[in-house]
Design a protein around this ligand. Structure first.
Ligand code: NDP
Length: 278
């Protein structure tokens, strides 16, 4: 039976470490402030924003909330971001994505100061990651690295396969595994013979956005499998991109959904906020 990589426990461990660090900074008169901007009334986005605010409260990060109507224009949003960029008390700015269609998401991402871009989406932070310089790293892939390290999975020299090449998960995931000295393959929808490529992996990270796509035919015996996907099924339950029941008997370690990668994203966002004080 595979060992479960417990994202709930590991994310709590990280949040507790950050809480202790935040207290130390407070004693030195330093406090992190995160500005969270939500445009529109998408219920899922509202839940995410609420969870981020709760995590801030737990750790001791001040959060400023901007809940804007869906009719907010692009220039109004840019104006608010500019104001927050220039406010020295604000250390991090987060615009909950997706924004309504009439707002250009890329323009918004580029308008946030790279020094306050705690989501790690700004091209300057993405570039810094690629050349190994200091900068904010996208939270979900950073969380995957923490899951692996804190579960005593050695990455160096391992055959790592990432399925998916999105800007927020797949690509930064590949770069982070490379930074940890893994031998990395990034697969995508045009990849030929995905099964045999996945079967090579000692560490398989799946961020494909297709419910239960990866079954036992895609995994090597004893591999470590990280499932980034999250989907709500018709019966109301959550599942990942990996068919857990099919894969679990064949691997050494695996993340469950829910309770695997999901909780790590917010923990790493909090880490980025505290790192603004380091
Ligand atoms: P995207 O839809 O942006 O990217 C999916 C990637 O998978 C693309 O690169 C695509 O390739 C590739 N792909 C699609 N179909 C296939 C296929 N049949 N074979 C091989 N590759 C394929 O998704 P995201 O990266 O944003 O998210 C991936 C998953 O992770 C989703 O389930 C999402 O809900 C979840 N997620 C979870 C988070 C968390 O906190 N747990 C955070 C972010 C995402 P191509 O580029 O060629 O189109």
């Amino acid at each position: 039976m595979a060992e479960l990589i417990d994202g709930k426990r590991i994310s709590k461990e990280i949040k507790d470490e950050l809480r202790a660090e935040a207290e130390k900074f407070k004693a030195e008169g330093k406090e992190a402030t995160l500005a969270v901007i939500l445009v529109g009334d998408d219920p899922a986005s509202a839940v995410y924003v609420n969870n981020k605010k709760k995590a801030c409260e737990y750790i001791g990060i001040k959060s400023l909330s901007y809940e804007l109507p869906k009719e907010t224009t692009e220039s109004e949003l840019l104006e608010l971001i500019e104001k927050l960029n220039n406010d020295d008390n604000v250390k991090g700015i987060l615009v909950q994505l997706p924004v309504p269609d009439h707002i250009d998401e890329n323009k918004i991402i580029r308008s946030i100061s790279p020094l306050k871009d705690v989501d790690g989406f700004h091209p300057l932070n993405v570039g810094a990651l690629l050349i190994g310089e200091k900068g904010y790293v996208s939270c979900t892939p950073a969380g995957v690295i923490q899951l692996l390290k804190r579960s005593n999975v050695d990455i160096a020299g391992k055959e790592c396969v990432v399925v998916g090449r999105s800007n927020i998960v797949g690509k930064p995931m590949g770069v982070l595994l490379l930074r940890e000295n893994g031998t990395v393959t990034i697969a995508h929808s045009k990849t030929k013979d995905l099964k045999s490529i996945c079967k090579r992996a000692d560490i398989l990270v799946v961020a494909v956005g297709k419910p239960k796509m990866i079954n036992a035919d895609y995994v090597k015996e004893g591999a470590v499998v990280i499932d980034v996907g999250i989907h709500r099924m018709d019966n109301g339950k959550l599942c990942g991109d990996v068919d857990f029941d099919s894969v679990e008997p064949h691997v050494s370690k695996i993340t469950p959904v829910p309770g695997g990668v999901g909780p790590m994203t917010i923990a790493m966002l909090m880490d980025n906020c505290i790192s603004s004080l380091r």
